[in-house]
Design a protein around this ligand. Structure first.
Ligand SMILES: Cc1cc2nc3c(=O)[nH]c(=O)nc-3n(C[C@H](O)[C@H](O)[C@H](O)COP(=O)(O)OP(=O)(O)OC[C@H]3O[C@@H](n4cnc5c(N)ncnc54)[C@H](O)[C@@H]3O)c2cc1C
Ligand code: SF4
Length: 488
């Protein structure tokens, strides 16, 4: 424990400032100002190095948080990144994007605000990249075994890095034109600039991982041919099927799934030309759905110059602080203010959508909504409360129902669960021999930290399958959830 009295001397959380709103919505750069090293050291020094650090269990990766807090406090950045990399392949992603269930279970959180664990994490890895401490770790020898990883999101990348380092020859197949999954084309730059992804991909390439972008397995190459070519296959294709909103007027021009909108925006920010881009400039925008995807649409619409942005959620507004029925160390459902929410727009809870309304040109002109009524456990529009909200662009961000299944079912005979995810055993094997699954494709829509943890664990299972034993770590099992945290 670095500073035995740290938590007594510093009782508040301190985080880097967010850039002024009028400035940051003029560009796509990350919203946070660079961190101050003295503040970080103070925060790391608040860690009590508890006998039983619940944050380890709160983090699906089992990050060794008290150890790197201590090393950070001592100014031993190089050792800190070694401890952090021991459990997390990509702290630059989680340190920016994770909702930090570790902080909900921080023991200090019982009677004080939790240690700013996520901020310490991102500072450790940013310092490490800046100092050249993130070096390729190629395997000492090759096993002669080959593995195909399909999907290049955080689950696929984590599995690929682990398997490459274990000596297997790994190729990552991605149908998009660039590698990265939702880190590339879902999450906007104002949450994570793509240079962080590029730095990590460079390291992976130098370690020997091969990337094959622009190849869709199931279409360009069948799943069965892929299986025949490789000793093992990892399915890390994500949960890409969006939940639809089948109300009258759904097919009007101007009503889109959130991912149609975000992908195009991310491509343009990356320098691509997109013909007829779905764009918010000068429009009244409605975002339906209150999660990460919805927040990313709100931030993107403001940067594109929307006239107004209205965010609708069907459920009740969550409480501002931890409710009694979700005590420490559970991850509570509380009212969340992401950076995008600060930037403007209106958030409406208990809003039930009824119908999209058209203008004469067949374009959406408004959305009819009503208050939500809870009737026999279901949420329905309350009669007599209907009103219209003007809309030129509507983005449906209501989550994802699971992975795409047709090609996997037909070409590999893959079985799916009742919830629509790829069926798997406790060691990540699908019903097809030698085919494993990791991340959202097996877990359902989840988080980056779970995807990385599953990628690591699935890599251990593949290594065991190929070699009869493994030294790779397996931080989670398919049915695990962190303390009180449902994986959605
Ligand atoms: C807009 C948005 C914002 C989010 N923000 C956050 C956040 O801030 N924090 C957080 O923790 N989580 C966030 N999430 C959730 C998080 O991004 C996912 O849980 C995570 O990316 C899942 O990783 P994955 O590797 O399983 O799949 P994905 O990241 O979805 O990657 C799957 C990849 O597989 C590719 N693929 C699919 N089928 C094929 C095929 N047949 N052949 C070749 N390639 C294929 C896809 O093109 C895709 O690139 C967000 C999700 C969305 C949609
Ligand atoms: S990965 Fe997420 S849960 Fe784990 S230590 Fe980092 S912020 Fe916390």
């Amino acid at each position: 424990m670095a500073d035995p009295k740290g938590f007594l001397k510093v009782t508040e959380r301190e985080l880097p400032a967010r850039r002024p709103i009028p400035v940051r919505i003029m560009d796509w750069k990350e919203v946070y100002e660079p961190g101050d090293s003295a503040v970080l050291r103070r925060q790391a020094g608040r860690c009590m190095d508890c006998g039983i650090p619940f944050c380890h269990k709160g983090c699906p990766l089992g990050n060794l948080i008290p150890e790197w807090n201590d090393l950070m406090w001592r100014g031993e950045g190089r050792s800190a990144i070694e401890r952090l990399h021991a459990t997390n392949n990509f702290p630059e992603f989680t340190g920016r994007l994770c909702p930090a269930p570790c902080e909900s279970s921080c023991v200090l959180g019982i009677n004080q605000p939790a240690v700013t664990i996520k901020q310490v994490e991102v500072s450790i890895i940013d310092d490490a990249f800046a100092n050249g401490w993130v070096e390729p770790e190629p395997p000492a020898r090759l096993t002669g075994k080959t593995v195909a990883v399909v999907g290049s999101g955080p689950a696929g990348l984590a599995a690929a890095q682990q398997l490459t380092r274990a000596g297997h020859t790994v190729a990552v197949y991605e149908r998009d034109d660039r590698i990265g999954g939702l880190l590339r084309y879902g999450i906007p730059d104002f949450k994570m600039e793509k240079r962080h992804l590029e730095s990590r991909l460079r390291q992976m390439q130098m370690e020997g991982t091969r990337f094959r972008a622009g190849v869709e397995i199931g279409t360009d190459l069948s799943w069965s041919d892929l299986r025949a070519r490789y000793d093992a296959v990892v399915v890390a294709t994500g949960a890409t099927v969006p939940r639809d909103l089948p109300i009258p007027g759904r097919d009007l021009a101007g009503v889109h799934f959130a991912m149609e909108y975000l992908v195009e925006s991310n491509k343009v920010v990356a320098g691509d030309q997109v013909a007829n881009q779905i764009h918010a400039e000068g429009k009244h925008v409605i975002v339906i759905g209150g999660g990460d995807t919805g927040a990313d649409c709100i931030g993107t619409a403001h940067r594109q110059g929307a006239l107004s942005v209205t965010n609708l959620a069907i459920g009740k507004e969550p409480p501002a602080s931890r409710p009694d029925h979700q005590p420490w160390p559970m991850t509570p459902t509380i009212f969340e203010m992401q950076s995008a929410h600060e930037e403007g727009g209106e958030r409406t809870f208990l809003a039930s959508t009824v119908e999209f309304l058209a203008n004469d040109a067949g374009e959406v002109r408004a959305l009819r909504v009503a208050e939500t009524e809870y009737r026999d456990g279901t949420r329905v529009p309350k009669s007599g409360t209907e009103r219209e909200i003007p809309a030129d662009l509507v983005l449906i961000a209501m989550g994802f129902t699971g992975p795409e299944r047709t090609a996997l079912e037909h070409q590999l005979g893959t079985v799916f669960t009742g919830r629509g995810n790829v069926e798997r055993t406790d060691d990540y094997q699908t019903t097809a021999p030698g085919v494993f699954v990791a991340g959202d494709a097996g877990r359902g829509q989840s988080l980056i930290v779970w995807a990385i943890a599953e990628g690591r664990a699935a890599a251990a299972a593949v290594d065991e399958y190929l070699m009869g034993g493994t030294n790779l770590p397996a931080p989670v099992r398919p049915r695990d959830v962190a303390i009180g945290l449902q994986s959605a």
